[in-house]
Design a protein around this ligand. Structure first.
Ligand code: TYD
Ligand code: MG
Length: 455
């Protein structure tokens, strides 16, 4: 009898080794490599050695009929927006997030909303007992809907149960880390198990036409625990995120085969679950103190929606040999770059200063277009002079000190105007702007122009 094949798999990134080692060469993590029995084949596909003769398939031309992907729409506008206009039938979606951020709450609310619109939804809870899920459903006023509940963790049993009933439109698996399959002999929670279970559920989605949502917990370093491997198997990946101490929650699309990425849905967690936030700018600017130095309003874009947020900077002479740089809600290397450009091209020297940068409201910005607002906030904090309270900033700073145009200038300005801002500092992107704009526009071509304006 052949010996069962043993593999050593990194639980953080899924890299496979033939022998154990302390450090994973692929992701650099220590002590994450675990021995797993890979017998049964990953995903339960045909066994090695069991020869199958190839079957010819039809070759197709590129032109031809295109069917619009049919979607199921929940009516929760923020949820639908993040999924790219509704969940595509037969697709698999991964929703990742920190434990306790509100994934189960969000999905229970989405399930209830879909059910109220006549869609069949099965909620598979592998993590919580039926009573717990019912209690949450009651609290969220979802208990009166036709959502069906299944407390099961074995994939084969789940499929057998689903096969019995009328085909649902959506199956929610909460969470993928609790599933295990007979086809994989590894222990539950290992990469092999998670991958096999996910693949089986994805195959079910494609074959049955029901959409499948897989919930995945994220570890503290931001990766979906172990099964980062699931990310490339699914059609869409969404993260549910929020900063500690804030009630805002953001559903962010990082991958979507059927729609745009970078789209966000904004929610606020309250006593009765998640409330949709239709106008996030108002919320993020809500607690603004416009007279404080070091605060600049950035007119940003998140997917197709403009979002205004306040960027706060504090610079203070440092008592340390190596001054501190602390960033919340933005990119640390990006801050280092803006500081270097201010130093090299504008004579603004912060080498002996501690620098703190914070995006208000627990929001996270990924756009380089925030460079100009960050620079304005830094210079304002250093000089102690507040920025004009009715002014917004956007533009990308290049290493040469030039301020480069960014996309969607007109949309950013429209949102700013709507919220009562009267002026904007921006790069030369006039081609993009409509002729009649109600705002005063101040063009800066290079960062020194901005510094002269602010300081
Ligand atoms: P949960 O959805 O269980 O998080 P996850 O599935 O991501 O682990 O949400 C847990 C948190 O949300 C918990 O700390 C309580 C809070 N919460 C509210 O504040 N209001 C509510 O209505 C609900 C249901 C939960
Ligand atoms: Mg949960």
């Amino acid at each position: 009898m052949a010996k069962p094949k043993l593999s050593f798999i990194c639980q953080a990134c899924g890299a496979v080794y033939t022998r154990w080692q302390g450090k994973c060469d692929a992701c650099g993590e220590w002590n994450t490599i675990v021995e797993e029995n890979a017998a049964g084949g990953i995903g339960g596909g045909p066994q090695r050695g069991a020869r199958r003769k190839g079957r010819p398939s039809a070759l197709l031309p590129l032109s031809g009929e295109i069917e619009e992907a049919p979607r199921i729409i929940s009516g929760l506008a923020e949820f639908d927006r993040a999924t790219g206009g509704g969940i595509v039938r037969g697709s698999a979606i991964l929703i990742g997030g920190d434990p306790g951020i509100g994934k189960s709450t969000l999905l229970m609310q989405a399930a209830a909303a879909l059910s109220r619109r006549g869609h069949g939804v099965v909620y598979v809870s592998g993590e919580e007992a039926v009573a717990q899920v019912r209690l949450r459903a009651q609290r969220l006023e979802a208990a009166d809907t036709a959502v069906e509940l299944l407390a099961e963790t074995n994939v084969e049993d789940i499929l057998a149960t689903l096969g019995q009933a009328k085909r649902p439109d959506l199956v929610i698996i909460d969470s993928i880390q609790t599933l295990w399959s007979d086809a994989a002999e590894a222990a539950p929670g290992t990469v092999t198990q998670v991958r096999t279970a996910a693949q089986t559920m994805i195959r079910y989605a494609k074959a049955s036409g029901a959409a499948v949502i897989l919930v995945g917990h994220v570890t503290k370093d931001g990766q979906i625990a172990g099964p980062r491997v699931v990310e490339h198997m699914v059609d869409a990946v969404l993260y549910f995120e929020g900063e500690g101490g804030h009630h805002f929650r953001i559903l962010r699309t990082v991958k979507n085969r059927f729609g745009p990425t970078d789209e966000i849905g904004v929610f606020e967690m309250g006593g009765e679950g998640l409330r949709e936030v239709g106008n996030p700018s108002e919320l993020f600017l809500g607690e603004r103190n416009a007279k404080a130095p070091g605060a600049a309003v950035f007119a940003g874009m998140e997917g197709t929606r403009p979002v205004l947020v306040e960027i706060q900077a504090l610079v203070a002479p440092s008592a340390l040999g190596t001054p501190r740089r602390a960033v919340v809600g933005w990119d640390q290397p990006r801050l280092a770059m803006v500081l270097a450009v201010l130093d090299a091209h504008c004579g603004v020297r912060l080498g002996q200063h501690d620098v703190y940068l914070n995006v208000a409201g627990g929001f996270r910005i990924s756009e380089p277009a925030a460079d100009l607002a960050v620079a304005a906030a830094l210079v304002s904090s250093l000089s102690g002079a507040p920025l004009p309270p009715d002014c917004v900033y956007f533009g990308e700073v290049s290493l040469s000190g030039a301020v480069r145009p960014v996309a969607h200038a007109a949309q950013r300005l429209k949102e700013a105007e709507k919220l009562g801002f009267g002026r904007s500092v921006l790069p030369d992107s006039s081609a993009d702007l409509p002729k009649s704009h109600g705002m005063r526009i101040e063009v800066v071509e290079a960062l020194p122009d901005l510094v002269a304006k602010v300081a």
